[in-house]
Design a protein around this ligand. Structure first.
Ligand code: AHR
Length: 502
């Protein structure tokens, strides 16, 4: 048993937690859209073809923003294919994931889904095969208020009111050689910059996200961000970063340190962005959009990716349907702590993806929907970790990992929301063998009561949830004590604790 102490200085907030911290990616990939959120023949589907069993889980997950339509998909997508009468929409070869896109679901259906889910749309535009003109056209279709061609097309399609989409991604992972229309940093920087300028000529208040690096391991990481921001510091508001942690290529102790990995990457992006800001003598701080993050058995996927046949372009095939273990959920909980710890700069984050494809929600075609293990830390965080993030000073033992050496055994973040006077403590015990006695001094925040404490402390770290056993890995109530503003409890080895405070 080790000891850990947490102290929080109420005068040292990290920053406000943007509501967009709890985003998702909805991509036309595999069964995320088709037979995921959209399945007109499903018994629970409404008149728009939207699965209401999935909708309920999305609401429970606490999603605040959804990035659409990709991902890699967007870089060969013509958004016009997906609007207008369904029977007139073309079928297309979809190059990113080697499938047939029927276009039965498109922009207007997505907006309807967002409306029902009470989720903000975050659109990605195609800067792979397209450019400024397409960006302006789709912007006119979604947001146009006056009498112009694309705004009128939206009206003709039955959508009188503009959707008023505020956040736009200037392409997707343009640094990746796998991307349709992949570019070097200079070429992308010029295209992103001129697209951003054109879009802001339409609406200066748009929030634009430039592509950062597809991962920390990209050989261009750092130089890429520097080039993009140096040329476009005034035009863009966010730089993106994508982070997937692969459990199959590391020891389990390293997997539980996924938050440490996320810390390093975010800190690297901040350092690079701020170096450019300093060079420009700018007071502006570039925000970070972690618009893809998750646990993903990527090596396993990459090893089969090359088997696509030229005469086989399936519709909505089962692709990348990772089944998450209890250990994966702990890793994801750790990554969430890292995101919240960076709440001053990370203003948008999207778990990738939402349904079926590396997703917290799984479905059967025509059948059941259930929560993966990773659903739980996300949904709890979204529900209780709001308001302001505080610097939790943690005094803790260290634990060994193969990948990162020694890391803190206990990782934690504390949040507090003045209105309604509620907060949270999220904590991860990264040790696989040692419990930790925790004492957290929270009086300074005005904490007087524990509303609820839940823990993910799986006995079997390989346990998974399935359609037949959907609640095998679920959080359970946990005993915590609060006296004079000091919270005490014991975290078993490999556990993620979430305490709601008031
Ligand atoms: O989320 C799966 C894929 O991962 C996305 O399409 C792409 O952006 C990333 O490489």
């Amino acid at each position: 048993m080790s000891n850990a102490r947490i102290s929080v200085d109420p005068d040292r907030p990290i920053g406000g937690i943007d509501r967009r911290m709890y985003g998702v990616l909805v991509e036309h990939l595999g069964r995320c859209v088709y037979t995921g959120i959209f399945e007109p023949d499903h018994p629970t589907a409404d008149e728009h073809g939207l699965r209401q069993d999935v909708m309920e889980l999305v609401r429970e997950l606490g999603v605040t923003i959804a990035r659409y339509p990709g991902g890699n998909f967007v870089s060969n997508y013509r958004w016009e294919d997906g609007v207008g009468p369904v029977q007139e929409r073309p079928r297309r070869l979809e190059l990113a994931w080697h499938s047939t896109e029927t276009n039965a679901f498109g922009l207007d259906e997505f907006m309807e889904w967002c409306r029902q889910a009470e989720v903000e749309p975050m659109m990605a535009i195609n800067l792979g095969t397209r450019g400024e003109e397409d960006a302006i056209n789709i912007l006119e279709y979604t947001n146009g208020q006056v009498d112009t061609e694309y705004a009128n097309k939206r009206r003709a399609n039955g959508h009188e009111e503009p959707y008023d989409v505020r956040m736009w991604c200037l392409g997707n992972e343009m640094d990746g050689p796998w991307q349709v229309g992949h570019k070097n940093a200079e070429d992308y920087a010029y295209l992103a910059g001129s697209t951003a300028r054109a879009m802001k000529m339409v609406d200066q208040g748009l929030e634009l996200v430039a592509c950062g690096s597809a991962s920390w391991e990209m050989p261009t990481f750092g130089d890429w961000e520097r080039t993009i921001l140096d040329l476009n510091y005034d035009e863009v508001d966010f730089i993106s970063m994508h982070r997937y942690i692969d459990p199959d290529v590391q020891d389990r102790a390293s997997l539980l340190a996924a938050g440490y990995d996320m810390d390093r990457f975010i800190d690297g992006v901040i350092a690079t962005a701020d170096a450019v800001g300093a060079k420009h003598r700018s007071d502006k701080k570039i925000k970070i959009s972690v618009d893809e993050w998750n646990v993903w058995r990527l090596a396993a996927w990459s090893s089969i990716e090359h088997g696509f046949a030229t005469d086989d372009w399936p519709e909505a095939p089962e692709r990348i349907e990772d089944v998450y273990t209890a250990a994966d959920a702990l890793a994801l909980g750790g990554m969430l702590i890292s995101l919240l710890r960076h709440a001053d700069r990370v203003k948008t984050a999207c778990i990738a993806q939402l349904v079926n494809v590396i997703a917290p929600i799984m479905t059967e075609k025509g059948g059941r929907a259930w929560r993966q293990t990773t659903f739980h830390p996300f949904s709890i965080g979204s529900r209780i970790a709001r308001g302001t993030a505080y610097d939790a000073v943690v005094s803790t033992a260290r634990t060994s990992t193969e990948r990162y050496g020694e890391v803190d055994q206990l990782d934690a973040v504390v949040t507090w929301d003045e209105e309604p006077g509620k907060g949270s403590l999220l904590a991860l015990n990264r040790s696989l063998t040692e419990p930790v006695d925790l004492s957290a001094a929270l009086a300074g925040l005005g904490v007087s009561r524990v509303v609820e404490a839940q823990i993910l402390a799986p006995e079997d770290l390989d346990a998974v949830n399935t359609a037949d056993d959907p609640a095998r890995v679920s959080p359970v109530p946990h005993e915590v004590y609060l006296a004079d503003g000091v919270l005490t409890t014991t975290l078993p080895p490999a556990s993620w604790l979430a305490v709601e405070l008031a």
